[in-house]
Design a protein around this ligand. Structure first.
Ligand code: G3I
Length: 302
């Protein structure tokens, strides 16, 4: 097959990208995105500050722009993200305690109702663990409402849209030996044991010199899948875009039957949140990089 999406579909997987609504009038961008990818994640448009700018007033203008583009081009959509310490609107940042807990539930209900039946996977909770060796939860206004905020979010999400797969999504959790990975693993194991509704774990996979790719990523994916959840690579980018590393990550997903697919965090290097890392599969002029070919070849080798 000659595109990433079709090559991934040979094993029943998707190959996705983050899409920024502000670039949808750039025809070089949309041509590549429409051709190569089969799944779309809104880079910022479905986040809390975008979808509920004032308390009780939902705004899906930008989110719908991305969702409509995806549907019109035959792509599935990953929803990103419902409960997060970052990109909260000012009104939410100022809340705490039971008012914040209820606002989180209302937000989940409002956004998921708008997209009911139209989202393949939701990142229900994003980035709730601390970096470094502590293995602790990240401090945030949400965490300070009580340690059960994550399971409350997942239960609300299941009720709001029973058709969506519900994911926990984080970064620096690819290396099996890292404390953050082990903490996330313990949470998912506990959720599965207690029947908290969780379907998938998203590994962002932002690889760089501080958190480089390690071949034990495959072990991580396998160990989470063995808990009874699907896994997905949700925001892949690699500093320097080594063709070998891109192939290794692709093969790690392909080796795990419960790995649903791979999403890269942008189309061209110039679209990346870290353009100075040149971390993506296409050059700024839209041409394919060596990493593109290595990913395509890996997908086609299955
Ligand atoms: O739209 C405004 C613009 O009006 C304003 O003039 C400009 C000035 O700063 O900011 C623009 O908003 C920026 C937005 O991206 C859109 O470009 C924000 O400042 C900027 O903070 C925001 O960055 C996003 C970041 O999440 C915020 O946390 C990145 O685009 C986005 O790629 C990044 O994505 C995250 C995932 O959601 C979660 N995992 C990590 C990943 C990378 O940080």
């Amino acid at each position: 097959e000659s595109t990433l999406g079709r090559a991934a579909a040979q094993s029943g997987r998707y190959f996705g990208t983050a899409i920024a609504s502000g670039r949808l009038n750039d025809s070089t961008y949309t041509t590549i995105a429409a051709r190569e990818f089969t799944s779309v994640t809104a880079e910022n448009e479905m986040k809390i500050d975008a979808t509920q700018p004032q308390q009780g007033r939902f705004d899906f203008t930008a989110a719908d722009r991305v969702h409509n583009w995806a549907v019109q081009n035959g792509k599935q959509v990953r929803g990103h993200t419902l409960a997060w310490h970052s990109q909260q609107p000012a009104w939410m940042q100022s809340l705490s305690g039971s008012a914040l807990r209820q606002a989180m539930i209302n937000h989940i209900n409002g956004v998921m109702a708008h997209y009911k039946g139209k989202i393949a996977q939701w990142d229900v909770v994003n980035e709730a663990f601390a970096d470094g060796p502590s293995g602790a939860r990240r401090d945030s206004n949400l965490q300070r409402t009580g340690n059960d905020w994550i399971e409350v979010a997942f239960r609300a999400a299941r009720a709001a849209d029973p058709a969506a797969k519900l994911c926990y999504n984080d970064y620096n959790v690819e290396n099996w030996t890292w404390a953050k990975t082990q903490a996330m693993y313990a949470m998912v194991r506990d959720f599965k044991q207690r029947g908290v509704p969780i379907d998938c774990v998203g590994f962002q996979a932002h690889f760089n010199s501080d958190s480089p790719y390690n071949s034990n990523f495959r072990t991580t994916l396998q160990n989470f899948a063995a808990l009874g959840v699907d896994v997905a690579i949700t925001e892949l980018d690699i500093q320097g875009a080594s063709a070998t590393t891109y192939a290794n990550v692709t093969n790690d997903c392909l080796a795990v039957p419960r790995c649903l697919g791979i999403t890269v965090w942008g189309v061209r290097d110039t679209d990346s949140w870290r353009p100075q890392h040149s971390p993506l599969l296409f050059n700024g002029d839209g041409s394919k990089k060596p990493a593109y070919t290595s990913v395509l070849n890996a997908l086609n080798a299955v």
